[in-house]
Design a binder for this molecule. Structure first.
Ligand code: FAD
Length: 376
């Protein structure tokens, strides 16, 4: 796009900050509007695969992330009762060379602390909750809860699963409860009193799974996320307190290697899991969506965040390459939808790395170099 248009990104999550970082490097004037007053150290971990790490390398934060989080030695899938190894993938120099980047686990708060640096200082307007959008032929007018009103040539909705921007494009539709909840815990490793655990293990039960992993290279903090069936979620709250005993009960009968981790678990909370049915309308007029705003997925492949990052890279490349924003949006959708659809499918199936898995198509992908599809 020759005359650089002003771009408003709604939401400073993984997708919003990634797209803003790449757009600024391509010369676009960008502001990110975030409803939260500041970033906080939300108690959860996140897995970042090599495909996302390649994007972070271009944004100059790969090394900082590696120093803050942990590159696990391996990922292991084990049977809930016998403990048998169903699949194992080693992460070493050879795998990094093959995938073109590392696999890593990190605390979400630490990730955000680093990610904030990919945009120039002053880019993020905190405490700006979008409440209204009004599109005309020339621009989009945005209004925020704090009374601020602005205009932008292009609006990118990176505002997550309950996206206000999506609502403007597609109408209000509540996300879909997937019939499962997550029990999550975070606690210091010293509670294990020296009995070691592997860096990252997914335990597979018949109707539930659970994944303990370290979040720092010092291996001093453990994150556990266990997913169990649930008929409904009745609360308005985004999470509820839970207890170690409830977690132990949910995973009764699981292998002793897991049980001894749960016996010292602390800071346990319960979270509903939502997604949305696939919808391939990601843009309209001057407005475009990315990440969870257009394709929220079940977290069973640990890939939703990586998809938001990839979206950001591809969208910025399309905007830089096309003369017209409509053409750029079509190029972005044509490039992204086939890959995202496959990741959504695997996430619903919950089959990723359960047994022998072809991982190259996912981890080797480099969103900065992947060919862009012709606009449909
Ligand atoms: C339990 C669980 C575990 C997961 N584990 C992994 C994992 O290991 N690896 C992985 O890759 N993915 C994982 N995911 C998925 C990942 O968290 C999401 O896909 C990812 O966060 C999506 O990024 P995003 O930028 O699209 O949206 P979000 O991260 O949701 O960011 C949206 C931002 O928009 C802001 N916002 C919302 N509304 C407004 C508004 N009206 N005005 C202004 N700002 C607004 C929000 O405050 C937020 O900062 C997991 C998800 C869950 C639920």
């Amino acid at each position: 796009m020759s005359a650089r248009k002003t771009i408003a990104v709604i939401g400073a999550g993984l997708g919003g900050l990634s797209v803003a970082g790449f757009l600024q490097r391509a010369g676009f004037p960008v502001t990110v509007y975030e409803q939260a007053p500041a970033f906080s150290r939300i108690g959860a971990g996140i897995i970042l695969s090599a495909n996302a790490m390649k994007a972070f390398r271009r944004l100059g934060i790969e090394q900082d992330l590696i120093e803050t989080g942990i590159k696990p030695e391996s990922y292991v899938s084990r049977a809930w009762d016998s403990g048998e190894t169903m699949y194992e993938i080693k992460f070493d120099a050879a795998s990094e060379a093959r995938y073109g980047g590392p696999y890593m686990n990190i605390h979400r708060g630490d990730l955000h602390g680093v990610l904030e640096r990919v945009v120039t200082p002053g880019t993020i307007a905190f405490d700006h909750r979008l409440v209204g959008l009004d599109e005309s032929r020339e621009a989009v007018r945005l209004s925020f809860e704090n009374g601020v009103r602005i205009e932008a040539d292009i609006v990118i909705g990176a505002d997550g699963i309950r996206s206000r921007v999506r609502e403007n494009l597609l109408g209000f539709e509540p996300p879909r409860f997937v019939g499962a909840v997550a029990q999550r815990a975070i606690f210091p490793t010293e509670r294990l009193r020296g009995s070691g655990i592997a860096d990252c293990t997914k335990w597979w039960g018949p109707d539930r799974h659970i994944l303990p992993y370290f979040m720092t290279s010092r291996r001093d903090e453990i994150y556990v996320i266990g997913v169990i069936p649930a008929a409904q979620w009745d609360s308005e709250a985004s999470s509820l307190p839970c207890s170690r005993d409830e977690m132990l009960e949910s995973f009764a009968g699981f292998h002793v290697d897991l049980r001894r981790v749960l016996e010292v678990a602390d800071d346990v909370s319960l979270w509903p899991i939502y997604d949305r049915e696939r919808n391939d309308r990601w843009s309209g007029g001057r407005i475009v969506l990315l990440g969870d705003a257009c394709h929220p997925m079940r977290p069973f492949m640990a890939a939703g965040g990586a998809m938001a990052v990839e979206d950001g890279v591809i969208l910025s490349r399309c905007l830089a390459a096309c003369d017209d924003h409509g053409e750029a949006f079509r190029c972005y959708e044509a490039t992204r939808i086939p890959r995202v659809t496959e990741v959504q499918r695997i996430s619903i199936e919950n089959s990723w790395m359960r047994g022998p898995t072809e991982t190259d198509w996912f981890y080797c992908y480099d969103p900065c170099l992947a060919p862009l599809a012709a606009p449909d």
